[in-house]
Design a protein around this ligand. Sequence first.
Ligand SMILES: [Ca+2]
Length: 154
Amino acid sequence: MVFLAKMQPFWYFNPPIPICPSGEQIVNGGFETGNFTGWTVVGAPIVQSGIVHSGSYAARLALDAIYQSLGGITVACLATAELWYYKYVIVRITFTDDTTWTKVAQNVGFQWAELDLLPTLQGTYGDKAINTVMIYEDGGVYIFVDDVSFMGKG
Ligand SMILES: [Ca+2]
């Protein structure tokens, strides 16, 4: 009888917990391939080496957009959601339910600044899952983007 009791399925008392992916979910977030591998490009952004946050390359956008899929990762599974930008940037997160969150960021000078999206994502959109991350510029000035990172906490 003791043996049979131990054969009871483990999930009877322990409902399955969603498993978070681990590691970086963004492909080529630092643009170190020297091109837009991993990104879908709208317009004519370039990968350049003149103004970078880290490594050898960063993206330059002006009336351009780049985006990539995060494959439906749940917001609760994110350990990071950030990027570095120079001067100005707009980030649009599209969730799997087709709603969006758009964040506009601007810094005071011609310098790099970190944009940490995680507090708002987990504070306001914690029950959603992310379909795509789009980064763009809408004013016709050059901006630079580097080190885009969405890490899974698994
Ligand atoms: Ca870089």
